[in-house]
Design a protein around this ligand. Structure first.
Ligand code: 5AD
Length: 358
């Protein structure tokens, strides 16, 4: 049922709409058979836009002086988590830049409260924190951790993710550490990074399968003007030197590329939880989320961040969730899922075969 490298490469390069429709249908069937028709909703909280990293693609990089910074208070986080229960979500995802203003003990107390008092599964996505923080948060009850490896091409990764003074950290080994600590581990990549080839995208999908990931998030790279890659694409300035690729080797950062990768990922990793991501919805507001759900995805992460903070979390421009309020978002999604013949997941929506939570 799986695919060879060459088959995957052929599908990634495929442009014929009828053939692609057949791929998407095959992935949708695998999704139906292995994880069922439920769409799991995770309430996303962007808890902090401070970050120590200087990723060349990201709008909240420490290098972006014009980015506005915010950090939610514990009370704001807990109130938003309670609203997630009201909306019927089983999980809250706390995501932020790598912000050491987020103290490990402070976050552990929040995790404990959400797990014990509010009763939601907790996913953290707070960057490359020290092992001791990850241990503490796991002990406090955190169920899952998301850390995208962004690309499996080591040279491209170093270019877009410059090492901090402490030295280079390999995200694949960090993901294995998370798994060893008992987290359900999620990762993923961007598609369409300058210098990213079709072959490296096949490697990305093989890496998803090798890591036996529980969650796999894929979204198009969207240039942010206040970043080195954004400046490089706009006028050739920007202090990144991308190895130029021939046009037929360079992966385009389109929703269609993301759909192809989602479909192949579903076929290679049948029981993973795969979100239809906000970046896809940003490129196609009318239909992006729905299309992702029809080619292999089974998770949506509605944004629960208080409206006043949303514009601070501009990892890329014009994010789809900038204006959607939490309530409208929940109602619209429910209606559109039902129209697709899908159900809304109940409970925590963890990966089925592990069966440790919810
Ligand atoms: N375009 C698309 N995705 C981005 N991310 C960060 N910056 C961008 C961008 N400019 C993604 C990265 C990160 C996740 C939280 O958001 O994959 O891991």
């Amino acid at each position: 049922m799986t695919m060879t490298r060459d088959e995957m490469l052929g599908w990634l390069r495929e442009t014929d709409p009828a053939r692609l429709a057949a791929l998407f249908e095959r992935a949708d069937r695998v999704r139906h058979e292995s994880v069922g028709d439920a769409i799991h909703l995770r309430g996303l909280l962007e808890v902090s836009s401070y970050c120590v990293q200087r990723c060349a693609y990201c709008g909240i990089s420490a290098a972006n002086r014009s980015a506005r910074r915010m950090r939610m208070s514990a009370d704001e986080i807990l109130a938003a988590a309670r609203s997630a229960v009201d909306y019927g979500y089983g999980t809250v995802v706390m995501q932020g830049g790598e912000d050491y203003g987020i103290k490990a003990e402070w976050m552990a107390a929040i995790v404990r409260e959400i797990k014990d008092e509010i009763g939601l599964a907790v996913t953290l996505s707070l960057g490359e924190r020290p092992e001791s923080d990850l241990v503490m948060w796991r002990a406090a009850g955190a169920d899952r951790y998301l850390l995208r490896f962004e690309t499996s091409d080591p040279a491209l990764y170093r270019l877009i993710h410059p090492a901090l003074p402490g030295g280079f950290k390999d995200r694949v080994s960090q993901i294995r550490r998370l798994q060893a600590l008992g987290y359900e581990a999620g990762s993923g990549v961007m598609v369409g990074i300058p210098g990213q080839s079709w072959e490296s995208l096949v490697d990305d999908i093989m890496t998803f399968a090798d890591l036996d990931l529980d969650m796999i998030g894929v979204g198009p790279f969207i240039p942010h003007p206040e970043t080195p890659i954004g400046r490089y694409l706009a006028d050739g300035t920007g202090d990144v030197a991308f190895p130029p690729l021939p046009p037929d080797e360079q992966v385009p950062g389109t929703a269609e590329t993301a759909f192809k990768v989602i479909a192949l990922t579903r076929i290679m990793c049948p029981d993973a939880n795969i979100p239809s991501t906000t970046a896809i919805a940003t490129l196609n507001r009318a239909a992006g989320r729905r299309q992702g759900l029809m080619c292999g995805a089974n998770v949506v992460m509605p944004n629960l961040t208080p409206a006043k903070y949303r514009e601070c979390y501009e990892i890329y421009p014009d994010k789809a969730t900038l204006v959607e309020t939490a309530g409208v978002c929940a109602r619209d999604l429910r209606e559109s899922f039902e129209a697709m013949g899908r159900t809304i997941g109940t409970g925590a929506g963890g990966r089925r075969h592990r069966g440790t939570i919810g």
